[in-house]
Write a protein that binds this ligand. Structure first.
Ligand code: FE2
Length: 313
């Protein structure tokens, strides 16, 4: 029997899963045990829940992304944006140095009994693709992954067949449908990587009156669903906020403070970005269908958690 322990940690929502001979036998998020929402620490409790006392009986430990490639992206972004990028670099670096760059040692130290298990580092979007395709009921399917950002990829598509998958194309940071949605989440006063569902829930109370403004200024959405973002309106490459003054001027004021009253404007912004997201996803799905000819489509990544956009007509 081949036993694989999958781990995600040190970003958000740490978790562990155990796969034995191709079947998921246990999976848990660390926050369920520690009661800390989005707990990003090493998932000690979740691992223990999955393995019990059988830590020494593992063949592989799979980590959900490639740390060095991600470090490469962070470094290049910070350097690319010069001294302005130093603030977020300074904030992120201690975590990287402590935990991520030395991940092999960290995993070995945290799982001492699993010393004969091989460590495998899978690309972030490959992990998303696997999470969607392998548990799906399909023997063949097109795959679309969409999130904020992994190492460099923000969106990929490909094809899964039997026990294999291959990703064929990608969009790269900073151009990201997920980060665009998170920018509006931030602007409307909700927490990034957490409150996106609130923005989605707010959308039906508004009208998409800002849709044209978004498509005209913030991004160039191509007919095939690929997109190019105008970074003159965003701050996430160089600072600790998602948006900048150009963005605030375009939409009529500073970001809403958390807990401040929600106005019609925020509901209209939510409806507008929801509509743009649905349009982009629809274009991507059509393009993937055209290019792969597959009749099934599986989705994964944070943007795919947008259950309203996912309910394709
Ligand atoms: Fe992701």
């Amino acid at each position: 029997m081949t036993r694989i322990l999958g781990i995600s940690a040190f970003y958000h929502d740490s978790a562990a899963a155990l796969v034995a001979d191709g079947k998921i036998v246990a999976a848990a998020q660390e926050e369920r045990f520690t009661r800390l929402k989005h707990d990003s620490s090493f998932p000690t409790h979740a691992v223990h829940y999955c393995l019990g006392d059988l830590e020494d009986d593992l063949d592989y430990i799979a980590y959900y992304e490639k740390p060095l490639l991600k470090f490469d992206r962070l470094l290049e972004t910070y350097l690319g944006f010069g001294p302005k990028g130093f603030r977020s670099f300074r904030t992120a670096l201690p975590v990287w140095l402590k935990e991520k760059l030395f991940l092999k040692q960290t995993l070995r130290r945290r799982l001492p009994a699993a010393d004969r298990a091989k460590l495998v580092f899978v690309e972030h979007h490959e992990s998303h693709a696997a999470s969607a395709f392998f548990p799906s009921p399909f023997d063949q399917a097109a795959i679309l992954t969409l999130d904020g950002v992994g190492e460099w990829s923000t969106c990929t598509f490909g094809v899964g067949e039997g026990n294999r998958l291959r990703l064929e194309a990608q969009l790269e940071f900073p151009h990201s449908l997920g980060l665009l949605y998170s920018a509006f989440t931030y602007y409307c006063g909700f927490k990034v990587n957490s409150g996106e569902y609130k923005l989605m829930g707010l959308a039906p109370y508004g009208k998409p009156v800002y849709q044209e403004l978004i498509l005209e200024h913030l991004l160039d959405l191509k007919p095939d669903g690929s997109l190019w973002m105008n970074m003159e309106y965003f701050n996430y490459c160089q600072g600790l906020t998602m948006t900048n003054d150009n963005f605030h001027d375009l939409f009529g004021g500073p970001p809403r403070l958390p807990e401040a009253n929600l106005e019609q404007r925020h509901m209209d912004l939510a409806a507008s970005i929801q509509s743009v997201t649905e349009e982009a996803m629809m274009r991507m799905a059509r393009e993937i269908h055209r290019r792969t000819g597959q009749k099934n489509l599986v989705l994964a990544g944070g943007v795919a958690l947008n259950c309203v956009a996912r309910a394709f007509p």
